[in-house]
Design a protein around this ligand. Structure first.
Ligand code: PEP
Ligand code: MN
Length: 277
């Protein structure tokens, strides 16, 4: 008997499919779909964000990254626009009709974010922030739960269990690489986690090839490997001018690189009759 119950495959023989209502049209994450969430690491300013949102919509995506509160290793790095950027995100959401995903670092921000965003993200560093898990477990919005920097799969599923146990069943897991002895890439991608999660749980799993590798040239190969391994989708960082990005430029794709990757992911999705979103 695994220590997690509601997250276990046994609890739900069918794969869970999460429907995100979105500002205009619903979008699904889970079995039968391959859902690609893309956008810059952080919302930096009004014009660049609206522009990239429109470009990504024209490429075909349905959900936009909207980083407002950025967890940075150094306190001197750009920490995001915070609540000040929320108006920009709401405008991008209304103008494009795309759903948005944003990371929440502090339980005190949930209420302000709630009306303007479609998916809450719990970042790696907060995977075991139990008060944040419990508070988001009480909301009715989907939550994307990233795997902790050094979390085992069981610890990750137990973190999901906190959300499920509080009543929120719209949980999406996201593998984003783990710490190993290998320093070349930012993290070591655990592709094996995808089939393991599919075996152990009914919850959908995405892979974030951007934070998992830290290197733009690795993003495409890892993204394709993830979808081939059965991931329900991807979370990819895209920036108009990666070299000038205020955070994570080194791992960001240009819109043109992303356009090519998205088309290739579409072909992989097609092999298994999955709908690319
Ligand atoms: C992010 O997606 O913006 C992020 C900070 O990722 P992670 O928590 O995986 O480092
Ligand atoms: Mn980032």
């Amino acid at each position: 008997m695994p220590s997690y119950k509601l997250a276990a495959r046994k609890y739900n023989a069918q794969d869970t499919v999460i429907e995100i209502p979105g500002p205009h049209n619903p979008v699904s994450i889970g079995a039968g779909y391959c859902t690609v969430i893309a956008g810059p690491c952080a919302v930096e300013n009004h014009s660049d964000y609206i522009e990239i949102a429109q470009t990504l919509k024209s490429i075909g995506i349905h959900i936009l990254r909207a980083g407002l509160y950025k967890p940075r290793t150094s306190p001197y790095s750009f920490k995001g626009l915070g609540g000040e950027g929320l108006k920009i995100v709401e405008e991008a959401r209304q103008v494009t009709g795309l759903a948005v995903l944003t990371e929440v670092l502090d339980v005190r921000d949930i209420e302000d974010l709630y009306p303007h965003i479609d998916i809450f993200q719990i970042g790696s560093r907060n995977m075991q922030n139990f008060s944040l898990l419990e508070e988001l477990g009480r909301t009715d919005k989907p939550v994307l739960l990233k795997r902790g920097l050094a979390a085992t799969i069981e610890e990750w599923l137990l973190a999901a269990e906190y959300l499920l146990d509080r009543g929120n069943h719209k949980i999406i897991l996201c593998e984003r690489g783990i710490r190993t002895f290998e320093p070349y890439a930012r993290n070591t991608v655990d592709i094996g986690a995808v089939p393991i999660i599919k075996h152990l749980s009914h919850l959908p799993i995405l892979v974030d090839p951007s934070h998992a590798t830290g290197r733009a040239e690795m993003v495409g190969p890892v993204a394709k490997a993830a979808v081939a391994a059965g991931a329900d989708g991807l979370l990819v960082e895209v920036h108009q001018h990666p070299e000038a990005a205020l955070s994570d430029g080194r791992q960001s794709l240009t819109p043109e690189q992303f356009r090519r990757l998205y088309a290739q992911i579409g072909k992989l999705a097609e092999l298994e009759q999955r709908i690319l979103q």
